[in-house]
Design a protein around this ligand. Sequence first.
Ligand SMILES: Cc1ncc(COP(=O)(O)O)c(C=O)c1O
Length: 462
Amino acid sequence: MEQTRARAESPTKFLLDETQLPRRWYNIAPDLPSAPQPVLHPGTGQPVGPDDLAPLFPMELIGQEVSEEPEIAIPDEVLDLYSLWRPTPLYRAHRLEQAIGTRSRIFYKYEGVSPPGSHKPNTAVAQAHYNKKEGRTRLATETGAGQWGSALSFACRLIGLECKVYMVRISYEQKPARRSMIKAWGAEIVPSPSEDTESGRAILAEQPDSPGSLGIAISEAVEDAAGRDDTAYSLGSVLNHVLLHQTVIGQEALAQMELAGAFPDVVIGCVGGGSNFAGLAFPFLREKIAGREIDVLACEPAACPTLTRGVFAYDFGDTSKLTPLVPMHTLGHDFVPAPIHAGGLRYHGVAPLISQLVRDGLVRAEAYLQNDVFASAVVFAGSEGILPAPEAAHAIHGALQVAHAADDEGKERTILFNLSGHGHFDLAAYDNYLAGNLEDVALDEDEMSRALHAIEGLPSPA
Ligand SMILES: Cc1ncc(COP(=O)(O)O)c(C=O)c1O
């Protein structure tokens, strides 16, 4: 009885109903303290224009990429599809707090309730919508962990488009169930590097057993889309419009924190290309830029430490240099990260918007080893019950680090992190961890210097 009463006074879930779904995406670009630097054409060194991007993306998305509007209305069809899983729940992690004995309050926003199991469909349905509206019938994309490929095949199926997915080979092998899910939604899927594109064939000729990387898979998908009029390219992270679509997460979380009568001192997310982190953090950064004190923490793997050890430079978004030059933190476009289990965090770059925020000191970053991350994932699963995706477990680990540090200092903090997806297709990774077979990989200096040679001679950002 005592416990029930205590719970009623301090609920576990903070829920919004469908009428409270955000109607607009939040665009952080006009609020940034320093203007974002332009994306450049690699041939001319000049900023790319809409015509350069038109073979790959629909005009509405190109418009969103460079928009200075503070908010952009969400189309009705997208809202309708969002209502299948949104608004997502916000939890107070009472049991986790007890398990680690912290004085801090920990909250998490749970994006794993979407049909494919992560935050990725927030942009997948929007991208499928605009492509369909502008007459494309097929989308080509890459996927790392399989979450993005699942999300896009789900969105294409519901909206009525064909879909081809190039899945990073190591994940293709580690996660056969993700493949099945992608096929069940009607998409075609091949391991990357593949024989289906010139980029793939060139890499296989040099390294027949390449584990693949997001950079390589992006090259294949871009080449596929550029070669066919009916096909557009769809990217699951990094680009401004992708981050924009994810801001429904943070807008909901702001309303839910208010329901909880709290406001976070610390906002945390894991970063691959940066979309789930941006989705949660950008609406809070709007408050920070307006003067509110918030510590915003980006968590990445030590095997792919783009924000903590990469350089801010112009670089290609893909390995075969088919994309424009993007101003971002990078480890070099031909860097192939070690095959850690957080496949979705194995990307050589990070979104330009996040890179700029790190440069401006509004966001800080930390890098973690995978055994430490899995240890935190298991503590979380053992207290909150949800088995997190290895990517999302980086944010959990970050939250636990912050809580422990606050306890050591005798402080109480309110911590909010994004639980970007569940780990139901990552059980082989958990098996490996539990059997003590996970290798800790921190990127070594020599490999980092080697990989950074790839950006020599490219333009430098201001
Ligand atoms: C569950 C989950 N979280 C996070 C990420 C990282 O991507 P992003 O940084 O774009 O959110 C991925 C990527 O596949 C993912 O599947």
